[in-house]
Design a protein around this ligand. Structure first.
Ligand code: FES
Ligand SMILES: [Fe+2]
Length: 428
């Protein structure tokens, strides 16, 4: 099908002929049966991001993560040697959940049912009244281990006991050139958790295109759009790998939300950011003025790794990175957003959003962070209330397909990859 208005530049989508240009099926977004296949062929076989190393800095620190798409709950813990381990939260005796708390610090895990004790590696070390068991060899009854590894401080787990790829092999094809980004200097911030009534892909899709920003975010952050790029936030560039995908975006450097360097660079960058939108956004401008110069670290653009702002565009705003299947990592020079869209059911998703900033050394800096938390919450509400309505509309059956434009190429790629894995597995 030929579109009525062709942009002058070549379509980004056409770089990936396997994606085609055609309509995309709605069925994967509404079918409970399709979701069951995603669980088996994707979520139980793939590396999944579950947290950061800073959450469990000391030996014995742990957190528990429910992974509904894997039909399990896992304990992620730092052991005595300082390594991070993951194991199913299932007692080897009569299968009670061993840990009830969501996070904490402990020397051992004691099952609350009959008191079996496990060390930080999941080895069974204590059994009350052990002599009444029949030839019980404690070495056979540890907690079931889950594959676990760390990339740039992000902890990943894989339900496959023998993953087809190491975590490094999984990440490097698209994200090798992002390694070295200063994640370790972005240790402060805020988080949200919310159950969203829509399919996990539908929620993620709203974060892997910027076509909607001018419209749905028209009253909140649309002045961040770099109008020189066509007015609808067209991607500067796109990379689609075998699994992962990313795109880069420009921003209006003369707006408080469109200038990514303002708060940590201060000076000329901050003055530029206030140039156009300070009048229209007086509170945002006040927050920016209060926060300028407060960050503990500097983040010079030329110190960023090659894979961040890889087009080196002068008006760069941020990069959207989507780590397959459900991890969205948006990178700016001085803060980042790490969102997970964890499936709960075919039409229910657990959104876990974390935003990481550098430590702010003044009260003004803290005020800036608080302001950004509230501003971003409003933007997220604009997204999430929309996708719940989209899910209801998709479930009516009125439409079997959706049409995508070139700027929505990551949405197309995401649907393509999921379908390829689900169907390849079926045809074996
Ligand atoms: S079920 Fe855990 S000790 Fe019995
Ligand atoms: Fe949005």
């Amino acid at each position: 099908m030929k579109s009525a208005v062709e942009p002058s530049a070549a379509f980004l989508t056409d770089r990936y002929p396997e994606l085609g240009r055609g309509p995309v099926s709605v069925e994967p977004y509404v079918s409970p049966e399709y979701y069951e296949r995603e669980k088996v062929h994707i979520f139980k076989k793939t590396w999944l991001q579950v947290g950061r190393v800073e959450e469990i800095p000391k030996a014995g620190d742990y957190f528990v993560k429910e992974l509904a798409a894997c039909d399990t709950e896992i304990i992620v813990v730092r052991n005595k040697a300082g390594q991070i381990r993951a194991m199913h939260n299932v007692c080897a005796h009569r299968l009670n959940q061993v840990v009830y708390e969501k996070c904490g610090n402990t020397r051992k895990f004691f099952c609350k049912f009959h008191g079996w004790a496990y060390d930080l590696d999941g080895k069974l070390t204590g059994v009350p009244d052990e002599s009444c068991f029949f030839d019980l060899d404690k070495a056979d009854y540890g907690l079931t281990q889950v594959s676990c590894d760390v990339w740039e401080g992000f902890i990943f787990v894989n339900m496959d006991p023998n993953p087809a790829q190491t975590l490094a092999e999984f990440m490097r094809p698209v994200y090798g050139d992002v390694e070295g980004y200063p994640f370790d200097k972005l240790t402060c911030g805020f988080a949200w958790t919310s159950v969203v009534n829509c399919n996990w892909k539908l929620a993620l899709d709203a974060f892997q295109e910027a076509y909607h920003v001018a419209y749905i975010h028209g009253n909140s952050i649309a002045d961040a759009i770099d109008k020189s790029e066509g007015g609808s936030m067209r991607p500067l560039d796109v990379v689609c790998g075998d699994l992962h995908r990313r795109l880069s975006l420009a921003g209006n450097q003369k707006s408080v939300y469109g200038n990514p360097k303002a708060v940590t660079s201060g000076g000329a960058a901050a003055q530029e950011a206030l140039a156009e939108s300070a009048g229209a956004r007086p509170i945002a401008a006040a927050a920016l003025r209060a926060g300028m110069g407060s960050a503990r670290h500097e983040f010079p653009l030329d110190a960023l790794p090659e894979g961040v702002n890889w087009t080196k565009h002068p008006n760069w705003l941020f990069d959207i990175n989507v780590v397959f299947p459900d991890f969205y990592l948006s990178l700016r020079p001085n803060y980042c957003q790490a969102y997970n869209f964890r499936p709960i059911a075919h039409n229910k998703t657990l959104f876990e959003g974390r935003v990481y900033y550098p430590e702010m050394t003044t009260a003004g800096g803290r005020f800036f962070q608080e302001y950004m938390k509230v501003a971003l919450r409003d933007v997220l509400l604009e997204d999430m209330s929309t996708v719940e309505r989209t899910q209801l509309a998709a479930q009516t059956g009125a439409k079997q397909h959706m049409v995508l434009q070139d700027g929505e190429v990551l949405v197309r790629h995401g649907a393509h990859v999921v379908d390829r894995l689900v169907n390849a597995a079926q045809s074996v």
